[in-house]
Design a binder for this molecule. Sequence first.
Ligand code: 13P
Length: 287
Amino acid sequence: MLVNARDMLIQARDGHYAVGQFNINNLEWTKAILLTAQELNSPVILGVSEGAGKYMGGFKTVAAMVKAMDESLGITVPVALHLDHGTYEGAKACLAAGFTSIMFDGSHYPIEENVAKTTELVALAHEMGVSVEAEVGAIGGEEDGVIGAGEVADPAECAKISALGIDFLAAGIGNIHGKYPANWKGLDFVALDAIHNSTDTIPLVLHGGTGIPADMIQKAINLGVSKINVNTECQLAFAAATRAYIEAGKDQQGKGFDPRKLLAPGFEAIKATVKDKMELFGSVGKA
Ligand code: 13P
């Protein structure tokens, strides 16, 4: 059931668990995530970066595919289709395409410009029943060409952006996209606590979910994180399973080259990864 992400994240905040955002890249990814959410009776957010949207043939294609698949597979758990790290133009395009949730990443603008653009997009989105995520303090690492230096967000700026009527807030706390380096210092819980206190009760978003240890995830949820984004981990699981299939020569046996066979191990690997994360985040049975 396609819905915006507002209510599911308020319930997660109040219930002290987090909803996973899993980024999609194609039909197999989408199907694996939707089926896992349904099997585990968990709410879920499908994330689409601007790059992935372009890759799949545009935001309209993505919205049509997700909507049709949600109906055809009989998915009854709440599913939000969310633009990940959207530009101002991308956010508007997703509103027109039928996304149910958008992120406007204005973290690289001066705070005044971030405020002005976020305010405008909140008004447009809310008129259409679409939820809005904003960001303060760039997330480190690189994702689809969006490069952040891994800043820790300023609690005063978080309060300012939260007051604009956004539905949930991404705040940098030392998290980065992609694999964490061996010398990573971990999440900054002092910063998270300060952000949580300065933003009242707004659900907080933790980007860069790949590779964050379970105890840090738990602590982050206790400090107000209600949405956790995972992308790279599904990609790594898919690639490893596909590699194993080909290295075992299975694509050269019988009809093993059929894409429905070739992509099956990767599909199952995504399902297993999503299941692990939903269990860790505590969203199982919460649909
Ligand atoms: P990872 O790729 O590190 O899991 O981060 C995902 C993310 O934050 C998407 O916005």
